[in-house]
Design a protein around this ligand. Structure first.
Ligand SMILES: [Zn+2]
Length: 68
């Protein structure tokens, strides 16, 4: 199943969504604030865009992405 993790650039919250196509991705809205400004998080431990995501707690936790 194509489940991806996204981070909302508005409220900073993370969410997971099933995305089958680019069109689906474009329609995604933040579950928390409704913003469409989401960026996909690559589920690996590295930082990109100058922003360190490795402290999110999802690294090395056995593949289960925690979401609080
Ligand atoms: Zn949001």
């Amino acid at each position: 199943m194509p489940i991806y993790e996204y981070e909302c650039t508005k409220c900073g919250k993370k969410m997971e969504a099933l995305v089958f196509s680019k069109a689906d991705e474009n329609k995604l809205k933040c579950f928390h604030c409704g913003s469409g400004e989401l960026k996909r998080i690559v589920s690996m431990c590295f930082s990109f865009g100058g922003r360190d995501i490795s402290n999110s707690g999802s690294c090395g936790s056995g593949g289960k992405v925690g979401f609080s």
